[in-house]
Ligand binder design. Sequence first.
Ligand code: UDP
Ligand code: MG
Length: 138
Amino acid sequence: MSRITFTMIKPEAVEAGNSGSILSKIEKAGFRIVAMKKTLLCKEKAGQFYAIHKERPFYNDLVEYMSSGPIIAAILEKDNAVLDFRSLIGSTDPSEAAEGTIRAEFAESKAKNAVHGSDSDENAMIECNFHFDTDERY
Ligand code: UDP
Ligand code: MG
């Protein structure tokens, strides 16, 4: 089991001023921030990042939304990072997210759901490499 996962604080959560509270929750849950940056994804990059969802009906809206404002991208480290982080963020739809999870507290909707979390070790590596170079990791 890898110790690394990848997250993004999504545009509406950054815009609402929730980045600090979300990062605090992440650190209090035992994750170490290995690399982090605030950045604005162009449509092409947002589309590439979510290419796995290309055929889904929400894909175009998702690409528009994820390129609509700055995000915060980060590599996180912890034992069992991928699964523990998915537990910390909660279900995709905040109405189904468990109490105390980041999405239950900060998500606006199933689409604008505050944070991304990798769904597997393999995708965590792909997503970390998509956003960061090796020399940006400490
Ligand atoms: N999404 C959406 N509508 C849906 C499902 C997903 O807008 O019905 C968006 C939402 O922002 C979600 C992202 O697409 O976080 C990726 O979907 P996925 O199923 O991978 O959910 P996640 O892994 O983020 O929980
Ligand atoms: Mg996913």
